[in-house]
Write a protein that binds this ligand. Structure first.
Ligand code: FAQ
Length: 322
């Protein structure tokens, strides 16, 4: 039998004060008292998010050398750099909770850390880059605009600039798609093929259905999450269907239908077996993604060593001058 843990009376008072602050809509800041469980939940979610931004550079980075024009190359390089920056902000925000970045990265490189399922799928043609911007950044905006109101201050604030940049990414992705949809038959076919492959994995980004979402109750109570996985997934579908119609693209869901009562586009069933297989490490490219991140980290060892040597030199100079 699991022993019942009795809260220390002082902890109970602190917990009550904490819950009251959350209820009042206050932000919790790094030096404020917080329940250990709140801190652990934030580290779990934020580190997964930071890892997702970094692993998320890989599918698109693969296309920098193949972008069809200088303009496309420049915007793609800028986008990939932005994602690296997002990872950096969120790792910094996670460090405010006492989590060491080195430990988080060790877990990622050992294949133990989670990151978004979406980044385990391959980018097979140029249209994938447009569709990632449109769907994946579009889904990220729906999720992260709400996280900008999360109860933990550093995480919420990191979302503000991230969402602005994701908006730019979404627009450039949708523009690629709209240009291809007005192009040749071959370009339209490439676009449709990419849409067919990315639609369902994009819906899975929002996490399992509410009934299977083990963390949601706690995160909603603490106002880290403001909406459930299914609510945000529905919001994304409602936003995306008219965008697909506008550029004559078919979403690969024969059951997709508008429900006049709820005002929602109702989708067909999502293959949750596929989702869990990817989350457990058995997606198309899980092993390659982790190996690529680890290789990038190992290859960057000399940069970290040089930065540390420079910082030590500067510190020694400052001491000598004092
Ligand atoms: N992939 O109880 P829930 C981006 C796990 S950034 C893998 O519902 P929660 C930018 C979950 O961790 C994309 N695992 O979990 C970009 C949990 O396992 P655990 C990333 C998933 O936390 C664009 C278990 O399933 N965004 O795209 C996934 O309440 C283009 C049960 O799930 C964020 O991370 C998944 N999709 O809700 C970059 C946003 N879903 O940890 C480059 C912040 C669930 O208990 C290019 N995170 N799991 O062992 C969140 O909003 C939430 O964490 C959710 C999941 C909604 C992702």
């Amino acid at each position: 039998m699991t022993p019942t843990v009795q809260a220390h009376p002082e902890d109970a008072a602190q917990l009550a004060a904490f819950e009251a602050r959350i209820a009042a809509g206050e932000y919790i800041e790094p030096k404020d008292w917080m329940p250990e469980r709140y801190r652990r939940q934030l580290i779990r979610m934020m580190s997964q998010h930071a890892h997702s931004e970094c692993v998320g550079m890989l599918p698109e980075g693969n296309w920098i050398s193949r972008a069809p024009s200088l303009r496309r190359k420049m915007t793609l390089i800028a986008k990939v750099q932005d994602e690296a920056g997002h990872g950096h902000y969120i790792y910094c925000a996670t460090e405010t909770l006492g989590a060491s970045r080195d430990e988080l990265l060790d877990e990622l490189h050992a294949g133990k850390a989670k990151y978004s399922s979406i980044f385990n799928y391959p980018t097979l043609n140029w249209a994938d880059i447009g569709v990632i911007g449109w769907f994946v950044d579009g889904a990220a905006i729906v999720n992260q605009t709400v996280l900008a109101k999360a109860s933990y201050g550093p995480y919420a604030r990191s979302m503000i600039r991230i969402c602005k940049e994701e908006n730019f990414h979404k627009r450039q992705g949708y523009e690629i798609c709209s240009v291809m949809s007005a192009g040749t038959d071959a370009q339209r076919a490439m676009l449709q093929d990419a849409v067919n492959r990315w639609w369902w994995p994009s819906l899975m980004m929002f996490g399992p259905p509410d009934a299977a979402s083990s963390n949601s109750d706690e995160l909603l109570r603490w106002k880290v999450k403001r909406y459930t996985n299914d609510e945000l997934r529905q919001r994304f579908i409602n936003l995306t269907v008219p965008q697909a119609q506008a550029i004559n693209v078919q979403l690969p869901d024969a059951a997709l239908a508008y429900d006049t009562t709820s005002g929602n586009w109702q989708s067909g069933p999502i293959d949750w077996d596929e989702f869990w297989a990817v989350v457990k490490g058995n997606g198309p490219l899980n092993r390659e993604r982790v190996a690529a991140r680890k290789a990038a980290h190992d290859n960057g060892a000399w940069v970290r060593a040089a930065a540390e040597a420079y910082a030590a030199k500067q510190a020694a100079r400052a001491t000598a001058a004092a």
